[in-house]
Design a protein around this ligand. Structure first.
Ligand code: PLP
Length: 387
């Protein structure tokens, strides 16, 4: 059966060039970058080169890149690191209700430790209002953490404006850039962020590696102590192969950004317009907001998300839904409820997330099979019949 992967916000396939660059690290360039001998220095040179590529992708300096184990660790390091280094100044954090769980659960954990968190709502289009950020600032605010682009609905947040507000108020500003990096241009200076999280496996790199941009002069309490790697900011022998793969993925993401994302946007727009034509009672979430070019979150009335995902999977198409089945109960997505959807509406959502390897033929296949799937599921819905 033909398999079509449209779940690239979950993870992406590694590019062949990434794999090719990583392989010799396992067998030839296997030194420890902290060793002073030849093997160590070979590995150190590989790290340096990868650091340059990652820095260039987001317009940072190499000394501002800290390699970590992925987006989750980058978010934890930024938030916990600032919370701990600034606790004498205050214990108030501002974030939003649509953050990834890596930010959400970290802030919730800090609440248990005595920090206060302001959870900002978003517009029905899934966008944080910078004025809400300004109004939430208090004398004891130490950190603002607002994601650059949302993983479920793709909305791009006004990071530059929030960055200006944070700078004027002299408050540290972190942004989770895991979904935005490699999909839209990122310039950490223009965005005025102090901390910015990225993850390799979302940009055709390997899993288990990422980076935190830490602006020069920003004091982040290390979360891992040990040998003082990464300029004392994150101890632990570096994942050299992973970082080498990350470097190649970052270089290729930068070089291909414009053309690849134009291709992806055209496919996404084709998918949305054709599905709207062929299926009644469907809505594109956050349609009029600035969105990532690869992401489409579609609500299908009178059909259930898990049923749609499973039926599509049986036809060879991989997508995801806004509801996650956990411990027997269907929890609606916190992002969809934050944009005002009822749990029933949220349960009928489908997320398509594309990458540059997807083709027109794949999109046309989805447009061919989905209407019949929806029809079949709706036949089972007494509410649809009544409507
Ligand atoms: N932040 C966002 C917005 C994400 O989408 C993800 C992954 O889905 C993460 C953080 C976590 O990244 P990682 O899988 O590298 O830990």
């Amino acid at each position: 059966m033909q398999r079509i992967y449209l779940d690239s916000n979950a993870t992406t396939p590694m590019r062949p060039e990434v794999v090719a660059a990583m392989l010799p690290v396992f067998t030839e360039d296997y030194g420890n970058p902290s060793s002073i001998h030849w093997f160590g220095q070979q590995a150190k040179a590989l790290l340096d080169s990868a650091r340059q590529h990652v820095a260039r992708l987001i317009h940072a300096e190499t000394s501002e890149i800290v390699f970590v184990s992925g987006g989750t660790e980058a978010d934890n390091m930024a938030i916990r690191g600032i919370a701990e280094s600034q606790k004498a100044r205050g214990r108030h954090i501002i974030t939003s209700k649509i953050e990834h769980h890596a930010v959400l659960h970290t802030c919730k954990d800090l609440e248990k430790q005595g920090y206060e968190v302001t959870w900002l709502g978003v517009s029905p289009d899934g966008v944080v209002n910078p004025e809400d950020v300004r109004r939430a600032i208090r004398p004891d605010t130490i950190l603002i953490s607002i994601m650059h682009a949302n993983n479920e609905i793709g909305t791009i947040q006004p990071i530059e404006e929030i960055g200006q507000i944070a700078e004027t108020a002299d408050i540290y500003f972190h942004s989770d850039g895991v979904q935005s990096t490699g999909k839209i241009p990122v310039d950490v200076r223009k965005l005025k962020v102090d901390l910015y999280s990225i993850s390799a496996h979302k940009i055709h790199g390997p899993k288990g590696v990422g980076a935190l941009f830490v602006r020069k002069g920003t004091i982040v309490k290390p979360q891992l102590t040990g040998g003082g790697h990464e300029r004392n900011r994150r101890s632990g022998t570096e994942n050299v192969a992973g970082i080498v793969g990350f470097g190649v993925a970052a270089k290729m993401a930068r070089e291909g950004l414009e053309s690849e994302m134009a291709h992806v946007r055209a496919l996404r727009d084709r998918l949305e317009s054709q599905l709207k034509e062929k299926i009644d009672l469907i809505h594109v979430n956050a349609e009029s907001a600035a969105r990532l070019p690869n992401t489409s979150n579609i609500m299908v009335d009178f059909a259930e998300g898990e049923g749609l995902v499973i039926s599509l999977d049986l036809k060879g198409v991989a997508v995801s839904t806004g509801s996650a089945c956990s411990s027997g109960s269907l929890e609606p997505s916190h992002v969809l409820t934050a944009i005002g959807k009822t749990p029933d509406e949220a349960h009928g959502s489908l997320r398509f997330s594309l990458n540059a390897g997807n083709t027109v033929e794949e999109i046309d296949y989805v447009v061919e099979v989905l209407p019949r799937i929806v029809e079949r599921l709706r036949e089972l819905s007494p509410f649809y019949k009544r409507a």
